[in-house]
Design a protein around this ligand. Sequence first.
Ligand code: F6R
Length: 608
Amino acid sequence: MCGIVGYTGPREAGPVLLDGLRRLEYRGYDSAGIALVTQNGDLFVEKRAGKVAVLQDALGNRTPSAGIGLGHTRWATHGRPSDLNAHPHSDCTGRITVVHNGIVENFRELRSELLAGGHVLASETDTEVVAHLVEAAYEGDLADAVRSALRRLEGAYALVVMHRDEPDRLVGARLNAPLIVGLGDDESFLASDAAAIVAYTKRVIFLADGDVADLRPGTATITDRAGAPVDRPVDIIPWSAEAAEKGGYAHFMLKEIHEQPEALTAAMTGRLRHDKICLEELDPIRDRLAGIDRVEMIACGTAYYASLVGAALFQEWLGVPARSTVSSEFRYSPPPIDPHTLVVAVTQSGETADTIAAARLAGDRGALVVAVTNTVGSAITREAHASVFLQAGPEVAVAATKTFVTQVVTLVMLAADVAHQLGRLNAEAELGLVKALRRLPAQASRAIELAASTEEMAERYASANGFMYIGRAFGYPAALEGALKIKEISYLHAEGYAAGELKHGPISLLDADVPLVAVATRSAVYEKLISNLMEGRARDARVIAVATEGDTEIERLATDVCWVPDTLEPLSTILAVIPLQLFAYYVAVKRGRDVDQPRNLAKSVTVE
Ligand code: F6R
């Protein structure tokens, strides 16, 4: 979704904001803008449709000197991407300016009221009403005016507001959209994501819903919307600015694919104890875990595909009904939920609105909610009774890669830990799993090496009309994820299908220009999968197989083979997806796509 950054302090604000916006661009990139209160006391605003580079070109070398400002990259929700609809938005007096992430759901009603009251609104956005509400409430104290305006807003927001006449003060507020405060020496920041400010400070405050942050250089006072002070701890961001940079790779996505062995290691750090799997984060909820009799997983997109592995394992190891539902559908047909239901919300960003809403519904109905997320301090952690972090480090590319494999491995550990607690995982099985988990990072490195051939393969497949991805059992989520990667970054149509379903319809799509990609790693369903692969062959489709090293049969059957190391079936999803990620990456590169920031997408989707 949108990216926000604000600064007040002794540095030149313009370059700090532009730098922050570039680092946030993955959150949305339909338009970008900045506002500054200049050394002369004027409010300077520049905003453009398009990426931050377009804004930067428009600014040229005329960014005025200023010690305070705010900036925004937008992913359009209300109003098309245009210069006019780009943030920041200002009030009638041109003194107050606002950037916003989220949706003001009652903006039409507020807009009519403001227009009737004589305000002039220039854009089609929901955000502009906020500037005018603050204007109407302003009596010399910006924080008071913001709090008063907030009381009128329904929906979701992360806001930063600035007033020309209070030239060292920024006011931020959050409700259902991320916003953090950064504290430096004599300088303060507001940002939707630590990536924007980590180059300047690692000391941050994660604001909670309902918080209003009143910033001056080096200080932040946090209150609730009524103005009562609230205490929030200062956290230290554990990663460096370099960690969020490309590190020599052509794209963040390629870097993040190569980081997967390390990310898997990090995800398992502290969680494998000799022959046991132990997630300490679950300790406070052990009593309730002891009584669970059903598991519901909720997630979107890539996280949903990862959750399919989790659901299969909960069901197999615990022997209780377990399933996964796309978060946005969960609410419309909620399953029976009671205090014995474990709901696992899987979300990289921790800010996906659909997943948060589904988790909240489950929590309200008494479920035990566990979040599996990459983002400490994110909204989902406040909905959950316990949070298990992926520990994967920042993922910048819009297309998820390392967070998929760390979600799968974390869910494997979560299911194993709970099964162990309930006495349903025997020691031998657990030991076998621990051994396989320990081998996994090295095997992921090997899978990356073996997938070098995908670059040359992509040359031959980049002009295909589309792709059909198939898999069974633990190969099925890998097929779904492989197809999603192709769709997202190469803009080619791809279907991810349960292999057994191929013959029930989609097989008619196959021909010489629609290749079949089959996840055919060693498993109990291998023979059946091979039959499905042959069905494709018989329709002239070229076949790419993902197969286990040492499989001598498959080379005769497939046009191309991507080899992966052998592992336990529940972990095979992790290794099988690696060549599919790289294949999608190289196809997108050959097709000249914007790999890290594909069109129409945003890294974190904070609208329902
Ligand atoms: C795909 C992708 C999306 C996300 C989905 C959920 O590459 O990144 O499908 O997986 O938007 O996001 P999170 O995990 O942040 O809830």
